[in-house]
Write a protein of this length. Structure first.
Length: 530
């Protein structure tokens, strides 16, 4: 059987010291997919880190336009291979080719690569600051070493370690990337890396700017994030894995940017429920079960009032959950993970309204599941009742009034998103005024009258939030140029001679469009110009 090579130091070659092999599996039929992939050992990682260090030094002399040209070229390579990429990813994930993979996720992936390139070319993300009176100048610059990116299983393109937002941001900021692929879709990741490699051959970037290993043993993954040659880490995945990596990185003083878990609470205020109960119910159904609930922004908790309207809403939504066919899950572990989460919620006092069991069929599946708990019980067991059910399961919390809703919001852990539905005519405004300030501090993105599952790749987007949704509340994993800031360092130049300064900090504006802070004013002019 074919053992696929790794991409290290600009070349596809056999793994140096394989500590094992693995195969991908088609979750729709539980069949192994031909071809084996290496679990890389220490030699692969050491060589990749050394090559990345050399690439980082060479990237200092590469102009931003060359970074942008590579990212644009990579997007074009993906665009030329849409059909085969979508087919391979569908086989490995059971996600539908249309519209999910080919029409939605692949175009988004190409778009974010191009937007990252545009940010690199425009350069304002560097936040160049010039104080002429004291000859002090500073800006954000590349880190000087490898950025290690860990990709998740639920977005084989848009968050892939070798094509996703973390990858694009790290490259646009001028850093080499070592991609650690997800073992659930290695064929997809290999195909993407081949496209990146082709684009790299035509670019002015060092050959080791992009490297790929498919998997590592746990202890080597921990060593990789804490290695002296690693400059930063981007991770999207489960909380247990993220926290283990964070502990290793923190101990070594390495910046790590994590997206781990989120229940994304949706609060439906009293008059909104009376006004458009059926509409909100349908929106929740579609958002909760989109992609079988395997979205980091899936609504996992709905907070309503425990009145007749709230009880009716819960029964109606349970009926809709039961009536919708369950989609396949991404992995063989998906049903067990959901079974464990539902058990934890029930042990904490939640009542099962529908679903709750593994479905025995050709693919991996779990029954669409809805649970309910009183607001009083939630407050007693708030920690356990915030167990993330990653998949097609959701918890309704029935509060006895707006006071208890506010108290529930105050017990929430950090989340990526939080939504509030209120009456269009304004009848819920006073309740909103009380709830919003508490919820605002618990979420990265606050929504009104909208489900959170759409994440626009736009400059104002914050795909982040307080711990444990992420490891740091001050950064976003989506949106350019803000996402580049994670993979940069602030460099200051004190009385450095003009010809020795980086181009962006010299008197002349290098592009004529770059925004710089000159003597306290954001401007596009050159120093001394009027």
């Amino acid at each position: 059987m074919t053992l696929f090579p790794v991409l290290i130091h600009g070349a596809w070659r056999p793994s140096g010291n394989t500590s094992g092999v693995f195969q991908a599996e088609n979750p729709s039929n539980k069949q192994r997919i031909p071809g084996e992939f290496p679990v890389s050992g220490e030699a692969d990682l050491e060589e990749a880190l050394a090559a990345a260090g050399d690439a980082a030094r060479r990237l200092r002399d590469v102009p931003p336009d060359a970074l942008a040209d590579f990212l644009d070229g990579y997007a074009n390579e993906i665009g030329a291979d849409l059909d085969e990429l979508a087919r391979i990813a569908s086989e490995e994930t059971a996600l539908p080719i249309e519209p999910r993979l080919k029409t939605v996720e692949l175009p988004r992936t190409m778009d974010q690569l191009r937007k990252a390139g545009a940010a690199a070319r425009e350069r304002s993300w560097r936040r160049a600051t010039i104080d002429t009176a004291i000859q002090l100048r500073s800006q954000l610059e590349p880190l000087g070493g490898a950025v290690v990116v860990f990709g998740p299983n639920n977005f084989p393109f848009a968050y892939n370690a070798v094509s996703g937002g973390d990858f694009a941001a790290a490259i646009a900021a001028g850093n080499p990337v070592i991609a650690k692929g997800h073992p659930c879709h290695p064929h997809t990741t290999r195909r993407l890396a081949e496209a990146a490699w082709r684009a790299l051959q035509r670019s002015a970037l060092p050959a080791a700017t992009v490297q790929l290993v498919y998997d590592t043993p746990l202890e080597l993954g921990l060593r990789l994030v804490s290695h002296p040659a690693t400059s930063a880490i981007g991770f999207t995945g489960s909380r247990p894995s993220g926290l283990a990596l964070k502990a290793a990185a923190d101990k070594a003083g390495k910046p790590i940017y994590l997206e781990m878990s989120s229940i994304n609470p949706v609060f439906v205020l009293e008059r909104a429920l009376k006004e458009r109960s059926g509409e909100i119910s349908d929106q929740l159904l579609n958002s909760c079960l989109l992609g079988s609930g395997q979205f980091c922004t899936k609504p996992g908790m709905i907070v309503l009032l425990a009145n007749a309207a709230g009880q009716d809403f819960a029964r109606d939504l349970a009926g809709k959950f039961a009536g919708r066919a369950s989609a396949n899950l991404l992995t063989s572990r998906g049903p067990q993970i959901l079974e464990y989460a539902v058990k934890a919620l029930r042990e904490a006092g939640a009542e099962l309204l529908t679903g709750g069991q593994i479905i025995d069929r050709t693919g991996y599946a779990f029954a669409n599941t809805l649970l309910s708990v009183s607001g009083e019980q939630f407050l007693r067991e708030s920690k356990h009742l915030q167990t993330e059910a990653f998949g097609n399961a959701c918890l309704i919390v029935l509060a006895d009034g707006i006071d208890q809703m506010v108290e529930i919001a105050g017990r929430l852990e950090g989340n990526l998103t939080g939504s509030i539905y209120s009456e269009i005519a304004g009848g819920d405004d006073e309740a909103y005024r009380r709830l919003e300030p508490v919820l605002r501090t618990r979420v990265g993105r606050l929504l009104n009258d909208k489900m959170p599952t759409g994440v626009a790749v736009a400059p104002a987007m914050n795909h982040g939030g307080p711990f444990p949704a992420t490891g740091h509340p001050g950064f976003t994993a989506v949106g350019f140029p803000a996402s580049l800031l994670r993979f940069s360092a602030l460099r200051c130049y004190d009385n450095v001679r003009p010809h020795r300064l980086p181009t962006e900090l010299r008197d002349d504006n290098p592009t004529g469009k770059m925004w710089r802070m000159i003597d306290g004013e954001w401007t596009q002019r050159s120093v001394g110009a009027r």
